[in-house]
Write a protein that binds this ligand. Structure first.
Ligand SMILES: Cc1cc2nc3c(=O)[nH]c(=O)nc-3n(C[C@H](O)[C@H](O)[C@H](O)COP(=O)(O)O)c2cc1C
Ligand code: SF4
Ligand code: SF4
Length: 612
């Protein structure tokens, strides 16, 4: 395509080639779908469609993730928006027949908490309360077909920027929209673009951070895998605004499907005159290369990432000068997260004023979260900023399974914080989460139930950060390790009076003196658990008890004589032969032999095994 008109014409041709009322089957076929068997469903659906000779009446599209992990593999029927869940290959034929006759297969639809069938995707509580501005497009796009993206007005924003806006105007619009970086810090993207635009030096680089090393987070993977053109278009617009001609996507090597889909998307964009020289005949040149990540969490940190692209070990370096002035190869560089870039086409297409209508005063637009942990509906959730944590956990997530109580939600990835039930009604945005001692981070959200021990949770995240610290600076390398060791001691019953205060003091040093944000934010999980769950630290250290009965060294098992029927089930399960007793008589646990594995507790049907 060599002009704006060519893009419009191409869109028209694609639309003309599609029968408007033709039903379309859409299979979620991202990494998560494939892990649940979508490849087999894909083969079965293809066969069912070809055997029925229905291709003209029924279209079939494989796409990226639809967000609701627990219902994979799933199939949507458009335009009706019927949703089939946990689809098996043997369901393929009936799904095809139902789609052709306009019927709904009730047995394959989602059932809500009251076992009511939700036929349409919009009826499903998980989707009902979301605003899937970015991620909702996945359904319409086969990531391997640029035509699908063009059909939904893809590259329209790029053309609008190239032919109707000046670079300054684009930057102003992004500033006005108050788009804040979705990769962690929430820095306003427009201001960053502005300083790179004004910085001296050529070439200027545009980089997309798709490293996503946070445990349990997969927002960026899902966007890049499902709709790579949206990210490419955002980068193109940014490059035009900044005056850059070279871009990089730094993507996790552990995301093979995202890399594969991105390679195809870049090639197709080049073939269509949307990347490379003289884009759409505008005179603007820009191309993107892929750089596969070095495999460490710290490689996502901006300076480490640039070192890694340059072929050096991915370790942070001191930032005496801003990256916007001297970044990659010492040239002005603009680094933004995948989701940040994906927001840009919406701002250009619909305008900053429209964008500002979504969200809170300080945080505009939507945010994608990976909702995982002790929650009924796990998945990728996109909501307008300002929604309450309760709405996410209870409304969208469907609450806590097994009638357990909510205890905490960890937001912001490994260096975020744990927030208790008291914080559930707080509106979620960058500033509110920071005020509470946590952070938005990239969007990981881990829900914990009453059986979670908050000291152990702090130990887990601190340990993760010890292992991921690059070791370059002493406060982080030694300090975080000391914090982890004290937490280890506490959870193993060796906690000493004064440990909490010692950890608080040490945390201040680590925060103030570490070179990069990994160390500077590493004490967050620990500090928030002390702030909101101090009594659990006291119980561990002072009473040598774990209130959640999680820390093995601090719990014991005994058998209650009144409840024990002498069924001997526990005896059979015990791996250390710690349980003695004759059939139909009370059983007893020998504490010396007991390794506190909990097998007897799990297996007893009479609540006779007591964990304390
Ligand atoms: C240890 C560490 C890991 C990080 N990992 C990522 C990451 O995986 N993806 C990301 O976008 N930002 C990550 N960041 C934040 C980046 O350094 C940077 O702030 C961000 O990519 C800027 O983009 P944004 O302004 O669009 O958020 C990380 C920061 C630190 C300190
Ligand atoms: S703070 Fe930690 S991760 Fe960052 S440079 Fe220092 S040692 Fe490396
Ligand atoms: S906790 Fe494990 S080791 Fe101890 S008595 Fe029960 S089954 Fe045996």
């Amino acid at each position: 395509m060599a002009s704006f008109d060519d893009l419009v014409k191409r869109r028209g041709e694609i639309a003309a080639g599609r029968a408007p009322n033709r039903a379309t089957l859409v299979l979620g076929d991202g990494t998560c779908g494939r892990a649940s068997g979508s490849s087999e469903v894909r083969a079965a659906l293809s066969e069912a469609i070809s055997s029925l000779d229905t291709e003209k009446r029924l279209a079939f599209r494989t796409t990226g993730c639809h967000g609701f992990c627990q219902i994979e593999p799933n199939v949507q029927v458009l335009p009706d928006e019927t949703l089939y869940v946990h689809v098996k290959p043997e369901n393929a034929q009936s799904i095809v027949e139902a789609a052709l006759s306009g019927k709904v297969l009730k047995n394959l639809t989602y059932k809500d908490g009251q076992k009511k069938s939700c036929a349409k995707i919009t009826d499903v509580p998980f989707y009902k309360r979301q605003m899937r501005l970015l991620s909702g497009l996945n359904v319409y796009v086969d990531p391997l077909r640029i035509e699908d993206y063009i059909a939904i007005d893809g590259y329209q924003a790029l053309a609008k920027a190239l032919f109707t806006m000046t670079p300054d105007f684009v930057v102003e619009e992004v500033i006005k929209a108050n788009l804040r970086g979705r990769g962690g810090g929430g820095f306003p993207a427009g201001w960053k673009w502005d300083s790179v635009r004004k910085a001296e030096g050529e070439p200027k680089y545009v980089v997309c951070n798709a490293d996503e090393g946070d445990p349990g987070a997969y927002m960026d993977r899902s966007l890049l895998e499902g709709n790579p053109h949206l990210v490419i278009e955002g980068m193109l617009i940014g490059a035009f605004a900044i005056g850059s001609h070279e871009g990089y996507v730094y993507v996790r090597n552990e995301y093979p499907l995202a890399v594969q889909n991105l390679i195809v998307a870049l090639d197709q964009a080049r073939e269509h005159g949307l990347l490379g020289k003289n884009i759409l005949g505008s005179g603007f040149d820009f191309d993107i290369r892929i750089n596969r990540g070095g495999g460490a969490f710290v490689c996502g940190e901006s300076s480490a990432l640039m070192q890694s692209i340059e072929g050096r070990p991915g370790e942070p370096i001191p930032k005496y000068v801003h990256m916007s002035e001297r970044g990659l190869y010492n040239k002005p560089t603009n680094l933004n997260n995948v989701e940040t870039w994906a927001n840009v086409p919406f701002i250009v297409n619909r305008g900053a004023d429209w964008y500002r209508t979504i969200g809170t005063e300080g945080s505009k637009g939507t945010k994608i979260f990976s909702l995982v942990g002790n929650i009924n509906n796990t998945g990728q959730v996109e909501v307008p900023m300002g929604i309450s944590l309760r709405e996410i956990v209870e409304g969208i997530g469907g609450g806590i399974p097994n009638r357990r109580k909510f205890k905490a939600v960890q937001t912001g990835g490994p260096s975020g914080g744990c927030l208790p039930a008291d914080c559930l009604d707080v509106p979620v945005d960058f500033d509110q989460l920071t005020k509470l001692g946590s952070m938005m981070g990239s969007g990981g959200m881990i829900v914990m139930d009453e059986d979670s021990c908050m000291v152990d949770v702090a130990r887990y995240f601190t340990n993760f950060l010890v292992e991921e610290s690059c070791g370059k600076c002493v406060p982080c390398r030694e300090g975080v390790m000391q914090l982890r060791d004290i937490l280890n001691d506490i959870t193993q019953g060796r906690g000493r009076e004064g440990d909490v205060e010692l950890m608080e003091d040490l945390s201040k040093v680590v925060i103030d003196c570490s070179l990069c944000a990994l160390g500077q934010s590493a004490p967050n999980p620990l500090l928030t658990t002390i702030r909101y769950f101090r009594d659990e630290y006291v119980a561990h250290i002072h009473d040598k008890k774990c209130p959640a009965r999680r820390c093995t060294a601090l719990i014991s098992f005994r058998i209650d004589a009144e409840n024990c029927t002498g069924c001997a089930l526990c005896k059979k399960q015990c791996p250390t032969v710690a349980i003695a007793g004759e059939k139909k008589k009370t059983h007893v646990i020998d504490p010396e032999k007991c390794i506190r594995c909990g097998a007897c507790f799990e297996v007893c049907k009479f609540d006779a095994v007591i964990k304390e």
